[in-house]
Design a protein. Structure first.
Length: 94
């Protein structure tokens, strides 16, 4: 999951996106995104087998936004990790 904070607001981000696209290297895949109501922060779900690809991508946008990145897992994976494999079934319906 990538959390972006727009430095100069959303307008320059969307202008560059319209002009140049996402500018992502091969192997880094965009899945989905959500923007907050004030248009200052964006959450992007991305997939890759090579986390180093984020460096190339973020360099293309570093003048317009800051980023925080972290691995996320779905509840089906989180429950066994949180409770241990034997107790996972009681958490999967959350």
């Amino acid at each position: 999951m990538v959390v972006e904070q727009f430095i100069q607001g959303a307008r320059p981000v969307y202008e560059r996106l319209a002009e140049k696209g996402r500018m992502m290297p091969p192997g880094l895949e965009y899945v989905d995104s959500w923007i907050d109501g004030s248009l200052t922060r964006c959450w992007q779900l991305m997939e890759t087998e090579d986390p180093e690809l984020f460096d190339e991508w973020t360099a293309n946008w570093s003048d317009l936004m800051t980023r925080e990145m972290g691995r996320v897992v779905d509840p089906g994976e989180a429950a066994p990790r949180a409770a241990g494999d034997d107790a996972a079934s009681r958490f999967c319906d959350i």
